[in-house]
Write a protein that binds this ligand. Structure first.
Ligand code: NAD
Length: 240
């Protein structure tokens, strides 16, 4: 890996991934729909530059990959969750989650896959929720399950150019995405009760796995999904 683009790199797990690549001596492009934050991230780090990308907009995704020059490493961390029981969830909220988490992953794979250097890697962030249902999280769970399957299909389709495609499925990691759950009484405790290692994860712990998967040490790994969750996949997922 020599040149990485981290999508959703302005915050949380993506930001930790930017830092982990910088530590590994990799030149990084941070791409985010929050251009201001992406530019702040780039300005504070050597060898990092910022670009605007909205993964729900095909023109934006295509133009970014066309404009950035050569790259061999792609990480897609863009995501969000709109909670709501299936009988209550507004169609717009469903579409927004699916557009960002699932369709966004498709668009990133489509346009990165056309231009990435032979032998490169694409890593997509799925979730524990891609394999464990959570009541009140139907749009997110369905999207992340879709991400896991898209990664497997992409691994098959891009293997002829030795491009590896993998997923990382985090458990609970405290980031701006999840900080709101602290306001639901008992929810954080419920998560932790269901995590054998008994704590939430740090963004850097997800980033370490992402950097490993992008590295030559993972050269024979493709179409795989890595659970990075303190063992939470071994237990039931708590209701939201
Ligand atoms: P975060 O909110 O801190 O960061 C998400 C980033 O994605 C933000 O910078 C945001 O601006 C960007 N983004 C959102 N929509 C975008 C779009 N349409 N185009 C481009 N960028 C966009 O969240 P996080 O917790 O770091 O989550 C990163 C990924 O990890 C997400 O896919 C999330 O679903 C997944 N995940 C997180 C957790 C967790 O507990 N934090 C658990 C499992 C999976």
């Amino acid at each position: 890996m020599s040149r990485a683009i981290v999508i959703g790199g302005a915050s949380g797990i993506g930001l930790a991934t930017v830092d982990a690549f910088v530590d590994a001596g990799v030149r990084v492009i941070v791409a985010d729909r929050d251009t201001e934050r992406a530019e702040q991230v780039a300005a504070a780090r050597d060898g990092v530059r910022a670009v605007h990308m909205d993964v729900t907009d095909e023109n934006s995704v295509a133009a970014t990959f066309a404009d950035i020059g050569d790259f061999d490493t792609v990480v897609n961390c863009a995501g969000l969750s709109n909670p709501g029981a299936l009988t209550e969830l507004e169609l717009d909220a469903w579409r927004n989650t699916v557009d960002i988490c699932l369709t966004g992953t498709f668009l990133v794979i489509k346009h990165a896959g056309r231009r990435i250097s032979d032998g490169g890697s694409i890593t997509c962030i799925a979730s524990l929720n891609g394999r464990q249902p959570g009541a009140g999280m139907g749009a997110y769970c369905a999207s992340k399950a879709g991400v896991l399957m898209l990664v497997e299909v992409a691994a098959l389709e891009l293997a002829d150019r030795r491009v590896r495609v993998n997923a990382v499925s985090p458990g609970l990691v405290m980031t701006p995405l999840t900080e709101g759950i602290g306001f639901v009484p008992g929810l954080t405790e419920d998560y932790l009760d269901n995590t054998p290692l008994g704590r939430s994860g740090e963004p850097a712990e997800i980033a370490d796995t992402i950097v490993f998967l992008a590295s030559d040490k993972a050269r024979w790994i493709t179409g795989a999904a890595f659970d990075v969750n303190g063992g939470a996949h071994l237990k039931r997922y708590p209701d939201v």
